[in-house]
Ligand binder design. Structure first.
Ligand code: IPE
Ligand code: IPE
Ligand code: MG
Length: 254
């Protein structure tokens, strides 16, 4: 099954950046009569599988929405369990990341994380900083509104100190102040578990992303599901405001 699907992927037209809202851990667990944290533990297996799948395909950037600003409002027991799981997973996975030449990045409000999590993350960022393969971007304590407000605040400060002439501000200026300034925009955004919303994820960066929704809960999501999403993406016509005819003419010329 996996081989059939992978053969259907055009390696010349891969998205260079895939972003995923990993949703449905809690429901997956509750459907099995288990505690929500049981779902988060199993979600880690999907993360491993999908990171490996992206690295094998030669995807350059994978951004995973792991914890949102709003997720801090969940019951304390769940938040603490998630933080412990995060630190434990990172500690265990760094050797595998290095073996597979994967570089870890983090976007989000790191100051909100408990100190032990900040330290562990910092170490993992440094230990993988020389890797040149897949860039794995973890969105942690991240939300787009937080990011945009922060960017506007910092632009304001730089205008005030004379570093920026406000009349020259354009989209590139704003992009430099986003947490994603080093990464291209995602071309494909996947959300698992049957919710059709963005939940404060990369609102600016997803402007022209293709959105793919699946009912599969995150702990059940595997490489074959990723391949299906990529095949679906490759069948779409991305028009960026132009007409279909213009796009077809451009493709023929290329
Ligand atoms: C996604 O699964 C993981 C996080 C948000 C941390 P959920 O925990 O949101 O699971 P559901 O959506 O409640 O099933
Ligand atoms: C989005 O999922 C955040 C992450 C996957 C980390 P949520 O489960 O928090 O989103 P809502 O509340 O259903 O919109
Ligand atoms: Mg959810």
């Amino acid at each position: 099954m996996q081989e059939v699907l992978i053969a259907g992927i055009d390696k010349e037209r891969l998205p260079q950046h895939i972003a995923i809202i990993m949703d449905g851990n809690g429901r997956w667990a509750q459907e099995k009569g288990q505690d929500r944290l049981y779902g988060h533990y199993h979600g880690v297996e999907s993360v491993r599988n999908i990171v490996e799948g992206c690295a094998e395909l030669g995807i350059h950037y994978l951004t995973l929405y792991a914890f949102s600003t709003e997720n801090w409002d969940r019951p304390q027991q769940e938040v603490e369990g998630l933080m412990a799981l995060l630190v434990d997973t990172i500690r265990k996975e760094v050797p595998t990341l290095n073996k597979n030449n994967i570089r870890l990045h983090v976007i989000g409000d790191m100051n909100m994380l408990p100190k032990f999590a900040q330290d562990e993350l910092q170490e993992a960022l440094e230990m993988t900083s020389q890797n040149t393969g897949l860039n794995l971007v973890m969105a942690l304590s991240y939300s787009s509104r937080w990011e945009l407000v922060n960017a506007v605040k910092n632009i304001g400060l730089d205008v005030q100190s004379g570093k920026i002439d406000p009349t020259t501000i354009n989209h590139e200026t704003l992009e430099k102040y986003l947490t994603t300034s080093q990464f291209p925009d995602p071309e494909l955004m996947i959300r698992t578990s049957g919710e059709y919303r963005i939940s404060n994820f990369l609102l600016y960066q997803l402007a022209y992303a293709e959105l793919y929704f699946t009912n599969t809960r995150w702990p059940d999501f595997r490489k074959e599901n990723l391949y299906e999403a990529i095949i679906d993406f490759q069948a779409r016509e991305r028009r960026f405001g132009k007409t279909g005819q213009q796009i077809q003419e451009e493709t023929q010329l290329a």
